[in-house]
Design a protein around this ligand. Sequence first.
Ligand SMILES: Cc1cc2nc3c(=O)[nH]c(=O)nc-3n(C[C@H](O)[C@H](O)[C@H](O)COP(=O)(O)O)c2cc1C
Length: 231
Amino acid sequence: MPSPPPEIWREDVRQTTRDLPQGHILIVSVVGTPGPDPSLEALADDFATCAAWAKEAGAHVIEANLSCPNVCSAEGTLYQDSTRSRAVAHRIRQAIGSTPLLLKVGTWDRVGAMREFLQAVSGFADGVTLVNCMNRPVINSQGHPVFGKDYPTAGVIGRTIHSPCVQAVQEARNCIDSDGLGLTLAAVGGVSTVTDIARFFDSGADAVLCGSSPVYLPSLATDARNLRADW
Ligand SMILES: Cc1cc2nc3c(=O)[nH]c(=O)nc-3n(C[C@H](O)[C@H](O)[C@H](O)COP(=O)(O)O)c2cc1C
């Protein structure tokens, strides 16, 4: 975020879909951009437009990013408001029909907030992807924000966030099962070994994703698949 202009990314998605090896699927992550109209309807419409474009370009699954700790505007914290998230998920559902829809979320500080969110979006989304990042102060040796005063906190990724992400996945699994919500759970956060993948599956994840580690561990997914064909 931000992305290249729509005509560029839509062609990227088309090309990637054409080049996919057999048996692979493409999840396309989309986000709405706040425009001059500050209403929720306008933001939801933009999410829906991007989702429809991604579908038209060949995406097998749409992931709507409701959580980006590295932007200051409203779309970065949508998941914190379950009513607004529900409205956005509903609007996207109208735009993409039966194409599977995941919602990307962060963590919640308030007890009960995760359950409220999951209940609110169930019925419109097919699943959730968690956790985006852990939003934390990132300071230099003088104690000042590394990314400038507009970003006192930033999204932290990688190894250091793995254990809290496993905890979040476990909590989500408990809510989904106890409330009969029927949501799929895609887990992400700090996966850099096959054991990390196993921890996520053992915590109730239906799928495990890697964000940053493929940059330096490009064979991790195939290594894991070779060890455990059922993954
Ligand atoms: C360079 C980079 C760009 C990212 N951009 C996005 C994004 O646009 N949307 C999103 O939902 N997550 C984004 N993420 C977050 C990842 O999808 C993932 O949730 C996060 O990196 C945590 O996983 P990891 O610890 O395996 O890296 C980005 C991560 C990286 C490293």
